[in-house]
Design a binder for this molecule. Structure first.
Ligand code: DX5
Ligand code: ZN
Length: 218
């Protein structure tokens, strides 16, 4: 199980501290990019991602919550993203082209859907993506409540991946904590994104370990 702390919940005044926590305890940096149009919120942009890139010793996973994702794939690839995901709802029939574009920069490609988008909509792309990001809250804000239907959606995607013989990973994002991590893993999740559960905890390193399913040594 890989844990991807979401920087959206970090302390931006002391970002270096939270970046170091991910370097030491996490597996992946999850970076939420919002445009105020695809989702009703704006997060952070290139200056912040570039600053993180300078210190990151773990791969950066850029979650694009923007319209026209194809416009910004190159810039995120060039600032060092190792993984880029885009929303199927923003790309629709262009999804194939966006996946190819991400791959053209040697970056892992992920496709994302919100909780109200049928999982079958992305089945045509499962053979070519490296990971599938299933939102377990509606994209746009941290700190929301986990949607229970997510377990069935993970199982449905897992089943289809097995049917086509793909080893793509399923990433889950929104309301993830140590309380639901085991059940998410059992359903078939391979990457868990966690914002509040990590950075609002008293000991973020221990919170990451708890999500992975074991407690750190005293
Ligand atoms: C929401 C973002 C998430 C968010 C998760 O749109 O995609 O990555 O940071 O935050 P928590 O873990 O607090 O639900
Ligand atoms: Zn995210």
């Amino acid at each position: 199980m890989l844990v991807a702390p979401s920087i959206l919940a970090a302390d931006f005044l002391h970002l270096a501290k939270d970046v170091e926590t991910v370097n030491e305890h996490g597996d992946i940096f999850h970076l939420d990019i919002m445009d105020g149009t695809f989702v009703p919120n704006i997060s952070f942009g290139f200056p912040v991602v570039e600053a993180i890139a300078r210190e990151a010793r773990r791969p950066m996973d850029v979650h694009l919550m923007i319209i026209h994702p194809e416009k910004y794939v190159e810039r995120f690839a060039k600032v060092g993203a190792g993984m880029i995901s885009f929303h199927y709802e923003a790309a629709l029939d262009e999804s194939d082209a966006v996946i190819d574009l991400i791959h053209s920069f040697n970056v892992k490609a992920g496709i994302v859907i919100n909780p109200d988008c049928p999982v079958e909509s992305i089945f045509p792309y499962l053979g070519k993506v490296d990971y599938i990001l299933l939102m377990s809250v509606f994209a746009g804000f941290g700190g929301q409540k986990f949607i229970q239907e997510t377990y069935g959606r993970i199982r449905a995607v897992r089943k289809e991946l097995e049917r086509i013989g793909s080893d793509a990973l399923i990433e889950v994002d929104g309301g993830v904590s140590a309380a639901n991590a085991r059940k998410l893993e059992e359903a078939g999740a391979g990457i868990l994104v966690a914002g509040s559960a990590v950075f609002k905890a008293e000991d973020p390193g221990a919170a990451i370990a708890a999500i992975r399913g074991y407690s750190p040594l005293p």
